[in-house]
Design a protein around this ligand. Structure first.
Ligand code: ATP
Ligand code: MG
Length: 698
């Protein structure tokens, strides 16, 4: 219980009923979850019966680390993962009752677009993506194609609903699921199959959910079904940080809790342990105008701290140079307010609304030779070479995965041409077979030239052979050898060098490939943790088993955790994290808040939709501000690029709002300095005492 205040202790000790911790940013909600895991184990609950659900894989990895710090190796047995990873686990174990093979494939967004293009008979990716978005929205609302058609508002929606029906048929045929299915199907399992529900309810003794405000309606239903009547769960969240409304997250989930669980215990945390008062005040000013779902107050005892800086730059280049200069000056400054411990590169973050804003900053950082990483942007797994390899793995795991088939059969090229593949495709859809099944069909030769036929058969046999070998490849060393052989067999390195103009680019891709294979091999050896967080154990695994889980992985960024580098991140991806020094950039009208169509200024009447979106933008700004611990700088540019032109730009309304009472509230700087000196002296004493105690211990 050390390191927890009274309200946190109350939440941690409340073990046997539904519990909601509702509190502002930096008040220690996530800390409650990690400590509660420890408390539950201490109370006698087996670690494998505890599930802690986080918002991202990265957050899961971090939570596991923190839990390890508290309880040691037992933390490896706790189920720490996202709703999606939990869904995968449930479907692998019990999906058979829905007609799903345990080795089903998980489609990424590109695959979905491709299938939708086919299902809707278009070559236009933009149209397919609109369908994708609508279908995803429906799935998140728990609607199937028939239900979607029944409630369609216009012809457009009706057409989309019919395409959805064809899309679903294809997924079934390919034994594939999309991301939304990873929530929807487990819900179906739990709702419609009593034995499955009973099994999971018995298996999980307590479910904890972080970032509860960003769950969607289906996820809430999954939670409800998992915990059943007893309602042994702990949800922690902050309505002011709900920033995924555009993806279906709903604050209704917060409103519903006390209704669905009348015995719900609601605990509020009021002390912020993260930020200085100046930062907290700016945050409160920005969120102030939003309607309150639950009244909350937040205070900090970390002192007033540095005033929040507003930086006005001429343009983005200038903004980036100023940001770099800020990092350099804070790193070299002797100021006692920073404290020597907050000067590493990893203590800095640059946060922005949209991915494309990172580019200019990356260039400026490189120029200044400051190491950095981009998170929330293109992940390692989105790189073409990694997707190539994953395509092969997916095909071993599930022969019926057509997108994977097409990727593998054409990468590297193996003399099987377009015409051959097109006739294979026609044949397959005619007989409702997957491409792989079609390839071995005895009647295929009647529609295909002999040469094409032979190439296909050879490929099919090779896949079968790989699958056979991968199943028998156990442990890191074997896996490494297998992967090396296989890359040689398919001449992948040559393929990379042939496809790139510059040798350097090809070499960098090849390095990624090697790194990836090494990481797979390590996982076969059971040493590395599973980034999906779904299953972690220290047993040796077969390469096929490891391959099974990889299509879910979107990032391996947890390997970057220890790196001492500046973070560049979107605001969305920064949720739940903290850095001593934060810079919010591009805080311009039109970017943050994002361009709102009918927003005619603050005096005019605006539509409900616009109002809600503005509220979400406000929450996004609030999330950004509250990531900062010690110092916060907010910058905007007087001119921005629009298309090819530079046009005049305005500072965000949030900047004015943030600074409302900044001046009047400022304390005497000498007092501040004194207080901070005292604080550091106290900290120094504490750590000296701790060091002495550690030495004195036997
Ligand atoms: P967010 O809303 O941003 O997710 P949160 O409420 O989850 O924030 P945490 O990340 O758990 O907050 O905690 C914020 C910081 O405060 C962390 O550095 C954490 O270690 C620290 N902290 C939390 N509770 C305490 C406490 N009782 N004593 C000291 N430090 C604490
Ligand atoms: Mg948190």
């Amino acid at each position: 219980m050390s390191g927890l205040n009274l309200a946190q202790q109350e939440a941690v000790n409340y073990l046997h009923g539904p519990c909601l911790v509702l509190a502002g940013a930096g008040s220690g909600k996530t800390r409650v979850i990690t400590h509660k895991i420890a408390r539950l184990i201490q109370s006698g609950l087996a670690p494998q019966r505890i599930a802690a659900i986080t918002f991202t894989n990265k957050a899961a990895a971090e939570m596991r680390e923190r839990a390890k710090g508290l309880i040691g190796r037992d933390a490896n047995k706790v189920v720490v993962c996202t709703f999606h990873a939990l869904g995968v686990r449930m479907m692998r174990e019990d999906g058979a009752v829905l007609g799903l093979k345990p080795a089903f494939s998980i489609l990424d967004s590109d695959d979905v677009t491709k299938i939708l293009k086919d299902a809707g008979g278009t070559t236009d990716a933009a149209t397919a993506r609109i369908w994708q978005w609508t279908i995803s929205k429906w799935k998140n609302m728990g609607l199937n194609a028939a239900q979607a058609e029944a409630q369609a508002a216009d012809d457009n929606e009706r057409i989309t609903a019919r395409i959805m029906a064809r899309y679903e048929e294809r997924l079934t045929a390919y034994q594939s699921v999309d991301f939304d299915d990873l929530i929807g199907m487990p819900l179906k399992l739990l709702r419609e199959h009593e034995a499955v529900r009973a099994k999971w309810q018995a298996a999980l003794g307590h479910v904890l959910v972080d970032e509860y405000q960003d769950t969607n309606a289906t996820q809430y239903e999954v939670l409800k079904a998992l915990v059943g009547q007893r309602g042994r769960f702990t949800a922690v969240g902050d309505d002011d940080q709900s920033i995924y409304g555009w993806r279906g997250a709903t604050l209704d989930n917060l409103r519903k809790l006390p209704v669905d669980f009348p015995t719900l215990k609601v605990i509020k945390l009021e002390q912020n342990y993260r930020s200085t008062s100046a930062i907290l005040r700016a945050a409160n000013n920005v969120i102030g105008p939003n309607p309150k779902l639950f009244p909350k107050t937040l205070f900090s005892e970390l002192g007033e701290g540095e005033p929040v800086r507003v930086v006005d730059a001429d343009n983005e280049q200038h903004e980036a140079e100023r940001a770099v200069a800020r990092i350099q000056s804070l790193r070299s400054s002797e100021s006692v307010t920073q404290g020597p411990q907050f000067k590493e590169f990893r203590d800095f973050a640059i946060l922005y609304r949209a991915n494309h804003q990172a580019r200019v900053f990356e260039q400026a950082l490189r120029k200044a030779q400051i190491p950095y990483k981009v998170s929330g942007g293109q992940s390692f797994f989105d790189r073409a070479e990694i997707k190539d390899l994953c395509g092969w793995f997916r095909l071993w795991v599930n022969n019926d995965d057509d997108p994977a088939f097409l990727r593998a059969v054409t990468t590297p090229k193996r003399g099987i041409g377009h015409t051959t593949l097109a006739s294979l495709g026609t044949f397959a859809s005619q007989y409702k077979l997957s491409l792989f099944e079609a390839l071995f069909s005895p009647s295929l030769p009647s529609v295909m030239a002999r040469r094409g036929m032979e190439g296909l058969h050879e490929f099919g046999r090779y896949i079968n052979d790989l699958e056979y070998r991968a199943r028998r490849t156990l442990g890191a060393e074997d896996a490494r050898a297998f992967l090396n052989d296989w890359l040689k067999e398919i001449e992948y390195q040559k393929h990379l060098y042939d496809g790139e103009d510059s040798e350097q680019a090809a070499a960098s891709r090849w390095t990624n490939v090697m790194e990836f294979c090494d990481w797979m091999a390590q996982r076969c050896g059971g040493q590395a943790s599973d980034p999906s967080g779904a299953t972690i154990d220290s047993e040796t695994k077969s390469l096929l088993e490891v391959a099974q889980t990889i299509s879910l992985l979107s990032t391996i960024s947890e390997r970057e955790q220890d790196q001492n580098v500046v973070t560049l991140s979107t605001l969305h991806a920064s949720k739940g994290l903290e850095w001593p020094h934060v810079m919010l950039i591009g805080v311009n009208e039109g970017l943050l808040p994002f361009k709102l169509e009918d927003d005619g200024g603050r005096q005019q009447k605006v539509s409900d939709d616009t109002l809600q979106r503005l509220q979400e933008e406000r929450r996004l700004m609030y999330v950004g501000i509250t990531r900062a611990q010690r110092s916060l700088a907010v910058s905007w540019t007087k001119r921005r690029k629009q298309g090819r032109e530079m046009v005049p730009a305005q500072p965000s309304r949030f900047i004015a709002e943030m600074a409302l009472d900044q001046k009047t509230a400022r304390e005497d700087p000498r007092e501040k300095l004194k207080a901070l000196r005292a604080e550091f002296a106290r900290k120094a004493q504490q750590s000296a005492a701790a060091a002495a105690a550690a030495q004195a211990a036997p």
